[in-house]
Design a protein around this ligand. Structure first.
Ligand code: UD1
Ligand code: MG
Length: 459
């Protein structure tokens, strides 16, 4: 960031976004699970901005509602009269002594490192533009330079002559200017152009006329300057974002079965030697230890997994913490507020909710364990259900260390099974089962000698 002056960022986010064909304001559409505007706000924070001003307009209340938790200055642009007008709306809150960076609420992928280079250019010059060279520059403002390469002004596509249309260096829209000068240039803007708008880009010609040197920087890759105007472009940004994250993961020691078949909607931190199979979705904040393997088509939301965990295909884990060496799935579901100690095994069609499972305990088949405190070394037989809900309230089940619960048991909560207790298969346990003893509730098995099945009447 600028070494010399405090940085303020103005994010333009007032555009209508008609082409999204959405009731959701454009800048709230997510990329990587985060609204596009949130990306820009986070970028400003990463640059160390002392203040960030968000110029909002269309659907404004929804934007503020969704992102109101950010410590930013919300500026309403009631009428969209152009980018220059939009920036000007924020200027009452901008200090003359600051350096101002303009970003866009629908350009989420610009890299902090690129903007740091742009700010460094602004330190050496006065005004700094982020420009790029495109094979097809159509639609963008073009950068006009003199014979010695000095920037003269920007001409918008719709105002450009045929010769100017041939220029391939374009304005990405992002620029840096000193607060005091920006204010005076914006005051002098007019809207005498083909679109009848106050163009931010007209300040470049003014700076040149004032003798203020204008420099430029270029993005590391052109794709980071792309914006989303419709859902096709949104999908393109999503893929770029996903590829970047996949690339960073692979470089950090994670094997991806296919780097284009992973989706990280949030952040994923992983130790070395993890393997992630195809179709896995990560949401929120996910942390994987080392040597973790995630099978195909799993969804992991806000979970932390210890070293060496193995999550088999089609499992869904949400707001849970797993120790080392757990084996989960296939087809397992771990619901919020669950904590699994080291070496826990959960098998197919097992649902765990708001429960603590002790070290090495196994719930391998077709079970529901909710609101339960389970010790270590417990074996839960197939089809065991904690009946935690009486229709009005939730009740807890406590299972001591090394208990053995026979298959098809119902534990009607509140209930406690003592350490080392054995519950016979098929039991409905409604009272506490003492430790170290066999408890079962089962009707006696009867055989009727000589009984024969009814047969169909003939005729
Ligand atoms: C602008 C630049 C153009 C550049 C291009 C890059 C101007 C005059 N032109 O053109 O040189 O190549 O971006 O994409 O700046 N916005 C507001 N309020 C307004 C108008 C716009 O908040 O009154 C926001 C829009 O939501 C959008 C951004 O500013 O995010 C750019 O506006 P847009 O109308 O798309 O400008 P372009 O014509 O694309
Ligand atoms: Mg545009």
């Amino acid at each position: 960031m600028s070494e010399l002056r405090p940085l303020e960022v103005i994010i333009l986010a007032a555009g209508q976004g008609t082409r999204m064909r959405s009731s959701l304001p454009k800048v709230l559409h997510p990329v990587g699970g985060r609204p596009m505007l949130q990306h820009a706000i986070d970028t400003a924070a990463a640059l160390g901005a002392v203040r960030t001003h968000v110029v909002y307009g269309h659907g404004g209340e929804r934007v503020r509602e969704a992102l109101g938790h950010n410590a930013v200055d919300w500026v309403l642009q009631a009428e969209q009269l152009g980018t220059g007008h939009a920036v000007d709306q924020a200027m009452p809150g901008v200090d003359d002594a600051s350096v101002v960076l303009v970003l866009y609420g629908d350009v989420p992928l610009v890299q902090v490192e690129t903007l740091e280079r742009l700010l460094a250019v602004a330190d050496r010059y006065t005004l700094a533009l982020l420009t790029a060279t495109l094979e097809d520059p159509s639609g963008y403002g073009r950068i006009l330079r003199d014979d010695s390469g000095r920037i003269l002004r920007i001409v918008e596509q719709k105002d450009a002559s045929p010769e100017e249309h041939a220029i391939v260096e374009i304005n990405t829209g992002m620029l840096v200017a000193p607060g005091r000068m920006l204010r005076s240039w914006l005051r002098r803007l007019d809207n005498r152009n083909s679109q009848g708008e106050y163009y931010l880009t007209d300040i470049i010609g003014m700076a040149v006329a004032d003798g203020a040197p204008v420099g430029s920087a270029h993005p590391s890759t052109v794709e980071e300057t792309l914006g989303a105007n419709d859902r096709v472009q949104l999908a393109q940004l999503e893929r770029i974002h996903q590829w970047r994250q996949a690339e960073a993961l692979m470089r950090s020691g994670v094997t991806l079965a296919d780097p284009v078949r992973i989706d990280i909607r949030g952040t994923l931190k992983a130790g070395v030697d993890c393997f992630i199979d195809v179709g896995v979705v990560f949401e929120g904040e996910v942390v994987l230890g080392s040597g973790v393997q995630i099978g195909a088509n799993c969804v992991l939301s806000d979970v932390t997994l210890g070293d060496g965990c193995l999550v088999k295909p089609m499992s869904v884990l949400e707001q849970a913490t797993l120790g080392n060496g757990c084996i989960i799935g296939p087809f397992a579901r771990v619901r919020p507020e669950s904590e699994l100690a080291d070496g826990v095994h959960l098998g197919n069609f097992v649902e765990i909710k708001k429960s603590r499972i002790g070290r090495g305990s196994k719930v391998n088949h077709l079970s529901y364990i909710g609101d339960t405190e389970m010790g270590g070394g417990v074996n839960i037989g197939a089809g065991t259900i904690t009946c935690n809900y009486d229709g009005a309230n939730k009740h807890r089940t406590v299972i001591g260390d090394n208990a053995f619960i026979g298959s098809d048991t119902q534990l009607v909560a509140p209930v406690e099974v003592g350490a080392g207790a054995t519950i016979g298969a098929g039991s409905t346990i409604t009272r506490n089962a003492p430790p170290e003893q066999l408890t079962l509730s089962r009707s006696k098995q009867t055989t009727f000698p000589g009984w024969s099945r009814p047969s169909k009447n003939k005729g």
